[in-house]
Design a binder for this molecule. Sequence first.
Ligand code: HEM
Length: 532
Amino acid sequence: MDAHTQSAEYTARFAVPTFPSFSRFLDQPSHSQQALKTFVVISAVLFAFTLFYFTSRKNEYAVVNRTFPLEPSFFARLRWSTQALSILDAAEEKFRGRPYRLARGDKELIVLPAALIPELNRLGSDVLDARQSHAVAFVAHLTGLQLTVKASYQSRILQRRVSPALPELFLSVATRISVAMKQSLPDGDEWEKIKPLDAAVPCFSEAMSLVLFGEAMVKNPRLVELAYKLTEDLFAVAFIMRLVPSFLQSIVVWFLPVKWKLNRKWRELESIVGPEVQRQRKIKEDGGSTTGMDLLSCMVRDAVTAFEQDPSVLTILCGSVATAAIFSVGNLICHLVADLTANPDILDEVRAEIRTKHAEIGGRWDMDALGSLEKLESAMKETARLASSPLIVYNRVVKKDCVLGGVRIRRGQFITMSGRERTMNPTLYEDPDVYKGLRFCTPDKIDEHRTRPFRTVDTDILTWGAGRAACPGRAIADVAAKIFLVQLLDEYDFAFVDGKRLEPSTFHEFVFFNPDNEMLFRRRKDSISVRF
Ligand code: HEM
């Protein structure tokens, strides 16, 4: 039997009985058969394209937080929300300063080594866009922050106009914080259990509302309350929606009562801010000028276009700054108090420094006096090093292809950096996971410490991010935190409930002091009563 006959016999015995209907389709052309063929071809092409997509261009760097190539991104979202810290630490261990891809679930980010910061800093905003990236992280289209994708002049004005005016604003800021502290903190000299974040946040809301809205507006207690309550709701919506697949977000969000509350708060904020904007615009139109150095007044004064002085726009921009400001400082302070409580020897040294300074300046505290507290400054840096939020910094969207130090980044990609690549680096910090509050002011480090105070953008700590979009409120945060701390550390003793230390919490990439954490506070009998 020749080969052809053998093959035909084989087909007749096995192939035809096994797939009778399919083979009949192939042998007898018809419309349905033609349609099936087309379907098979299109499916094959799509499959090949998908494989190509996942294996070629995107596989330039290895991926973390994805267990298999076509894993639904929902699982990456879930893992990232609860395990961001361990995912990043494992990736750092594996890649050691080499770029890799991070599947965050909502987006895939290229995690670049921090060594590229100087080169990245040289790129303009036409190449790297921070706003779009922040908007994605805070689900801006669902939290009311969508406008911040278009506008960033609030950041520019904060840095160029409001921060330089801090000496002018200092006394009012200090007074507001001091008065709020009296209302929020316990008054007795017996131990009292409190929630430190709940106590600290209204104090910083007073300070930030003054800096953002001005002397007259901050007298409205509802505005001060709205500033931080809006932040709470905004974060709640963002945290929840970051778990939801993108295609479902715009539906699911409407089932969240917190989203309705958030919308109400945005409207209420506009009803308070809007009339003030109109008032200031009227003064400007009549040829007069306002003098306030708060963000809102500066924005109205500097506005050139109608958009820049639109009451709704200004409400959202000032509100967006409030959401970036109040809890960031509150969290830092609470982490610091927890760190100092766990390290009473360092607390004693920091407190002694405050007392010595108080005597030296005759009790007349000003910004220079606060800035000269080197031990306090070191303790703040150390807390920020260990509890820095967010875990990933330098989040940008790439607008143009470029190659940096041999690393190719492409238009449309999201880039980021792991702050822990620096803060946990043993070549930069001895025993990096140990809190050493005075590590920055040892004799061999003190000169560097003096040239790089806490408010500086320092690429070894990355507290403020880096580059042109580094935190524009850092000078304000620094002063407000110190005003609060010199009084708090002088006036209070602290202890953990049942001696149990408090560790930072994380959710997604955000590190925070759990609002439910409790500590014991009591007034000190030998307080020197710092006053401003
Ligand atoms: C301890 C407190 C604070 C910390 C740790 C902190 C940290 C940061 C970080 C890491 C960024 C992102 C920077 C980047 O993308 O490279 C940022 C952005 C920002 N921060 Fe802060 N911040 C704090 C307080 C404040 C305060 C008090 C204000 C306002 C008065 C403020 C206003 C802003 C704004 C408006 C942005 C967005 C900048 C932009 O998108 O261009 N922050 N902050």
